[in-house]
Design a binder for this molecule. Structure first.
Ligand SMILES: [Zn+2]
Length: 214
C-alpha cells in the first residue's frame, strides 16, 4: 500500500513538472520585435488563448494574427498603458483612489463567498491586485468564461452591503459610461484606463484620466 502511495506521488509530481514546461513552451516567443516602448513577443495562439497581454513592464505578447490585424495599433496602445501601469503601479493606484474612488486589492475583500473567489479569471495585466472595490462597497472582478476559458469572461459585481451580486450601480454608470455606452472591459481600473486611452471615451471618468495624463 505504502509503495502505491509513493508511486502515485511520483506520478503526480512528474505530471506537474511536465505541465509547467508545457505552459512555458506555449508562451515562449516565436519572434521578438524591438520598439521604442517595450518589446513585442510574437507568441503561439495557445498562449493565454491568443489574448494580447503584458508579461512584465517591458514586454507585450501577442499572436502573429493580432500583430497583422488592422486593430494592431489600438491593441498596442492599450497594452502600452499596461506597461506603464507595471512600471508605476503606485502612481496609478493613487489616481484610482483619488479620482475614480477605486481601491484595488491583492486579496479578495472579506465577505465574498469562497466559491465565487475561486471563479476569479486570472488576468496578467491586473495580476498584482486583481480585486477592484468601488466606493468601499462594490467589488468588480472577472469570472471564467464557459468551460473555464479566459475569453468571454463575465464581469461580476459583488455588493458588500447586501452580500449578493448586482449590476454595475447607476452611480458607477454615471461616472464611467456616457449616454449608456459603457466600457467593455470594466473588470478593473487598469482595464478601464487602457480602454479609454486606446479607444477614446467621453465619460466623466475618462475626462479625469485624460486631464491627469497631460
Ligand atoms: Zn488590457
Amino acid at each position: 500500500m505504502k509503495y502505491y502511495i509513493v508511486l502515485l506521488a511520483v506520478v503526480v509530481c512528474l505530471c506537474a513538472i511536465a505541465y509547467r514546461y508545457w505552459r512555458k513552451d506555449v508562451c515562449s516567443p516565436v519572434r521578438i520585435i524591438e520598439t521604442e516602448d517595450g518589446i513585442i513577443e510574437i507568441v503561439d495562439p495557445a498562449c493565454q488563448e491568443g489574448l494580447p497581454h503584458t508579461s512584465d513592464s517591458n514586454t507585450i505578447r501577442m499572436t502573429e494574427s493580432a500583430y497583422a490585424d488592422s486593430r494592431s495599433a489600438t491593441t498596442l496602445k492599450h497594452e502600452r498603458v499596461h506597461l506603464d501601469q507595471k512600471r508605476n503601479p503606485a502612481v496609478w493606484y493613487e489616481f484610482y483612489r483619488r479620482f475614480w474612488e477605486y481601491d484595488v486589492r491583492q486579496e479578495p475583500p472579506y465577505g465574498i463567498p469562497k466559491e465565487y473567489v475561486k471563479q476569479l479569471r486570472p488576468n496578467p495585466d491586473t495580476a498584482d491586485k486583481p480585486w477592484a472595490v468601488w466606493r468601499n462597497r462594490w467589488v468588480f472582478f472577472p469570472t471564467y468564461g464557459p468551460n473555464t476559458t479566459l475569453r468571454k469572461a463575465d464581469v461580476r459585481v459583488w455588493d458588500l452591503n447586501t452580500e449578493r451580486f448586482t449590476s454595475p450601480p447607476p452611480e458607477w454608470r454615471a461616472m464611467f459610461c456616457v449616454s449608456n455606452t459603457c466600457p467593455h472591459q470594466y473588470e478593473h481600473p487598469h482595464e478601464l484606463a487602457a480602454e479609454y486611452i486606446a479607444e477614446g471615451h467621453q465619460s466623466d471618468a475618462a475626462v479625469k484620466l485624460f486631464n491627469w495624463k497631460h
